[in-house]
Design a protein around this ligand. Sequence first.
Ligand code: HH2
Length: 290
Amino acid sequence: MGRTHALTFGFAVPGGERTPDGWRVAWSGCAVMGVLNVTPDSFSDGGRHMRLEAAVAQAQTMRDAGVLMIDVGGESTRPGAEPVPVETELDRVLPVIRALAGEGVLLSVDTMKPEVAAAALGEGAHLINDVTGLRDPEMRRVCAEAGAPVCVMHMRGEPRTMQRDPHYDDVVAEVHTFLHERAEVALAAGVPSVLLDPGLGFGKTPAHNLALLRALPDLTGGPHPVLVGVSRKRLIDTLAGVPEARERDPGTLALHLHAARHGAALVRAHAAGAHVQALRVQAALDDPTR
Ligand code: HH2
């Protein structure tokens, strides 16, 4: 069996157990965060789940496949993406959160905006996935007040410009130090628990991404669960020559299985069912009682 990971929430959540500190969701080995983008322009699933029925059906399929949580996003963060106004993001995300709130699966919201986070948490979301790593102090306040955990991700710059010649003296040290510092700040502000994410593809060259993937044991050996997300990203094209994003699931699985073997608690994936299956097989291989 893999290592046990846990997140603490300040409110009752699906699969959560009451503890003196709040509600605890624990799992062993690597679980799946299914991606549900309610956007017209996400790089691999843009426009596919803009209708509410399509989004709900996709979420139910992922839940039934066995994902631990579903990450709902209303703003693309692909390299070069333009920001969307708060109202637009709210209009995309809130109906989906409302529809899924009773579906018995943890709901994360992929947003950089405290207004969107607050409204989504008010409608039944459980966790905030902030690709800016809580840059905005208001985001910390919103999450702490609601009792919601945060996925703290590392990004160099902003999506519009982040892939313009990113530079680090020591990418692994810089990213890991950033994540540990942001985690401390978040916990000190009252956020009940955090996930850490090295932010693969966010202001990083292929060499930076590979260095971070190879250094995962340094990050996963720490006190916080680690999320890894390379699903269908350009890195797979660079490594294996797959220009079409939707054809990158085999390469995604190879990298996510590596992440799982090196201690990742969650992988963020579009092909959620394939990931649940592959991770179960890998976990069985690693289980000496089988
Ligand atoms: N990657 C994307 C979006 N959000 N969040 C975390 N924590 N980690 C990631 O690696 C990550 C993320 C980009 O992928 P996707 O959501 O498919 O595309 P888009 O940003 O175009 O909607």
